[in-house]
Write a protein that binds this ligand. Structure first.
Ligand SMILES: *[C@@H]1O[C@H](CO)[C@@H](O)[C@H](O)[C@H]1NC(C)=O
Ligand SMILES: *[C@@H]1O[C@H](CO)[C@@H](O)[C@H](O)[C@H]1NC(C)=O
Ligand SMILES: *[C@@H]1O[C@H](CO)[C@@H](O)[C@H](O)[C@H]1NC(C)=O
Length: 192
């Protein structure tokens, strides 16, 4: 937000001060806004499973959520994952993290702190919190009404206004079988 001096002349310093204080109170009560902008789910190996749901749902003007459902068609014993973060600046630029890890190892040992933070965040949105490998045939993996609450991340990472994207790739036997990529916009009124 840009506050330009208006043509109104303040004759009394007291009024000036009152306006200034009012302005500061207003600014600090403005919300930060964070919303999903896009979501793409791409299935590259339909023999392994199918995407049943991949959508963004509006809650109100300021909030929305995403839901994803994937049904396994084959039992999978080992899954490698890649997590890539991007920030929009003349197209998407890599940002902060590009992490590869073994999903089965993570689920049984919780051996990655960064992934652990993300997992703690999405846990309430996935019905069964103790997923472990193997991922069995006909298993339904779902994430329901996940909201983007930037305040939970801001505590740990300095995040400025902008559009960010996260791409998750599932890799089975060295081939990318599924990618989920979503972007979210974050607007901090206090910065403007
Ligand atoms: C992340 O790392 C992988 C493997 O090194 C690479 O292929 C990929 O391009 C990287 N992604 C980004 C966004 O830099
Ligand atoms: C996961 O937790 C549920 C409920 O707590 C339990 O019924 C199920 O057996 C657990 N599954 C595994 C693989 O531990
Ligand atoms: C996400 O996927 C869509 C469709 O494949 C692609 O256009 C977009 O560039 C991807 N975003 C990122 C950040 O990779």
């Amino acid at each position: 937000m840009n506050c330009h001096a208006s043509s109104v002349q303040f004759r009394y310093p007291g009024v000036m001060l009152a306006v200034l204080i009012f302005g500061l109170v207003l600014l600090s009560s403005l919300p930060v806004e964070s919303k999903f902008k896009s979501l793409h789910c791409a299935n590259y190996d339909k023999s392994l499973g199918e995407i049943l749901l991949c959508r963004i749902k509006a809650i109100n003007r300021y909030r929305n959520s995403i839901s994803i459902q994937f049904r396994q068609k084959k039992t999978v014993n080992n899954v490698q994952m890649r997590l890539e973060l991007f920030k929009r600046a003349n197209g998407w630029r890599p940002f902060l993290y590009n992490i590869s890890f073994n999903l089965c190892d993570f689920l049984s040992k919780r051996n990655n702190m960064i992934i652990g933070l993300g997992y703690e965040y999405i846990k309430p949105y996935i019905p069964m919190t103790n997923y472990t490998c193997p991922f069995k045939k006909n298993h339904l993996i779902k994430c329901t009404d996940l909201e983007f609450d930037i305040e939970k991340f801001r505590v740990r990472f300095p995040i400025e206004t902008g559009e960010y994207a996260l791409q998750l790739s599932f890799i089975v036997q060295r081939k990318v079988t599924l990618t989920l990529n979503g972007s979210a916009e974050y607007f901090n009124y206090r910065e403007h």
